[in-house]
Design a protein around this ligand. Structure first.
Ligand SMILES: Nc1ncnc2c1ncn2[C@@H]1O[C@H](COP(=O)(O)OP(=O)(O)O)[C@@H](O)[C@H]1O
Ligand SMILES: N[C@@H](CC(=O)OP(=O)(O)O)C(=O)O
Length: 451
């Protein structure tokens, strides 16, 4: 059972989550719990780091949230002292940042790790108060190891057997409450798995044990037909395949960490997305295969991307053009989301959030030696997670709807065996486009089932 920040926002929510875990145990389940940081703690830690860089050390709101949660729940001195100890360590770190005026990726990972290290102590303590024996763990003490790519570390394959062995040794009657998001590299330095990475921790531990089901508890009734913050009539989708869930996550649905499905998929373990605010709702089940009863499963958008048009000016054999272009992307370490090609031209999208400005400048300069490059900024990728075997039907509905709405599609990308049809539109059209397509495929009042 993985609980994200939205499920652990305050004392009331911590109490609620602990009761939920207790009720699962009473029904005969033996959960392992993975926790993210409480509420917006990770963002607040990042802000505290940036303030420290400018010379002000401020942790009052972080201190208040964690200590008042523990106090409101009537936790004893031992728990308060453990939290104080971590908060002092955090303050020392920020004083260091403020003195040195330096915040490296490695220090940032150490800094944000405090969120998860604080929350697991509070959740385990609440379970103990409710009479459920529980113990908190930093993920590394259960064997989770990563490479040293601070900020977006990858879990090392040997973690699986190490976690399996470590979990076997734990007392069966005790609930392990484990930090999501953070790990250790081989030198024992704290790393993070990228924002939203607790889903990946849960999926890795679930696959390593292995468990019967990996549950990720969110603040919505599962994966919805669109982001409910954009499309108010979005409805939950009962079943999605691993492939669909991964494409949704890659293409902007913040509900899951993009690579969190990989361990579950590899070990074929069912994942369920549940709502901690509405636990009786069945949520969404993610499994290996599903039967398609509808054309489109969900629609998602990725905002503020750049579209690059690359047209060959290379007078040598055209067969080398694509390979030369992509080798430049590899050299500059710039990743691409969507691609459409002809023999002499390539259109592709870049996620501006993922790249540093200099890498992009270097990329355009290098590409300009072999091609005419045009950069179109402020674009959005609208992705339809769809039954691609019926893509002509999907596309005819899409183009009719967008023609009526006067929305121009600048690029289209669809793989032969994938579940994703992506359209590139101007960013200013993104929300309207998502709503219009959602209405067409799922009906304006969104009866489940749709077209
Ligand atoms: N297709 C989608 N289905 C459900 N939620 C979505 C979708 N796309 C984006 N979201 C957003 O993801 C959020 C769920 O994540 P959240 O509960 O905040 O996770 P966590 O607590 O793990 O950070 C929702 O509040 C919603 O705004
Ligand atoms: N706390 C981390 C990791 C995480 O997974 O959080 P959440 O489950 O609340 O998205 C973050 O905010 O990125």
């Amino acid at each position: 059972m993985k609980f994200g920040g939205s499920s652990l926002a305050n004392a009331e929510r911590v109490d609620y989550v602990a009761s939920l875990i207790k009720s699962q145990i009473e029904q005969g389940y033996r959960p392992t719990v993975v926790c993210s940081a409480m509420g917006k703690t990770t963002n607040n830690l990042l802000n505290a780091g940036h303030f420290a860089l400018e010379g002000s050390v401020y942790i009052d709101s972080l201190r208040t949230l964690h200590l008042s949660t523990a106090q409101e729940l009537g936790m004893g001195d031992e728990v308060l002292a453990a939290l104080e100890e971590l908060l002092d360590e955090l303050k020392n770190l920020l004083n260091g940042v403020s003195c040195l005026r330096e915040l490296t990726p490695r220090t940032l990972d150490y800094l944000v790790s405090f969120g998860e290290r604080l929350s697991v102590r509070i959740v385990a303590a609440r379970l103990n108060q409710l009479g459920v024996p529980a113990q908190h763990f930093e993920s590394w003490s259960l064997g989770l190891r990563t490479n040293s790519d601070f900020g977006k570390a990858e879990i090392l394959p040997e973690s699986y057997s190490a976690i399996k062995e470590a979990m076997k040794k734990l007392d069966d009657s005790m609930v392990a409450v484990v930090t999501g998001f953070i790990g250790h590299d081989s030198e024992g330095r704290i790393t993070t798995l990228g924002r939203g990475g607790s889903d990946l921790t849960a999926s890795t531990i679930g696959a390593a044990v292995p468990v019967d089901e990996i549950q990720v508890w969110k603040d919505v009734n599962g994966i919805m037909t669109a982001n409910p913050k954009v499309v108010s009539n979005a409805v939950p989708v009962p079943f999605v395949s691993f492939e669909e869930a991964s494409e949704l996550a890659y293409f902007g649905a913040e509900i899951l960490h993009p690579i969190s499905m990989v361990p579950a998929m590899r070990y074929n373990i069912q994942v369920r997305v549940k709502n901690s605010y509405n636990p009786d709702h069945p949520g969404t089940v993610i499994l290996a295969d599903k039967d398609y009863t509808q054309l489109v499963t969900a629609i998602t958008s990725k905002r503020n991307v750049e579209l690059l048009d690359i047209v060959s000016t290379w007078m040598l054999g055209q067969y080398g053009f694509l390979s030369r272009v992509f080798s430049i992307f590899e050299e500059q370490k710039v990743s691409v989301d969507c691609v459409a090609t002809s023999e002499v031209s390539i259109s592709l999208t870049l996620d501006t959030k993922k790249q540093d400005d200099h890498a992009e400048d270097r990329l355009v300069k290098a590409l300009s030696e072999i091609a005419a490059v045009t950069v179109h900024r402020d674009r959005a990728i609208i992705s339809l997670i769809a039954n691609v075997a019926r893509s002509s039907e999907v596309l005819s509905i899409v183009f009719n709807a967008l023609k009526e709405a006067g929305i121009q599609v600048e690029m289209l990308s669809q793989g032969a065996s994938k579940v994703n049809i992506s359209l590139i539109v101007k960013d200013e059209d993104a929300e309207r486009c998502t709503q219009i397509l959602h209405d067409r495929f799922f009906g304006e009042s969104s009866a489940v089932g749709g077209v």
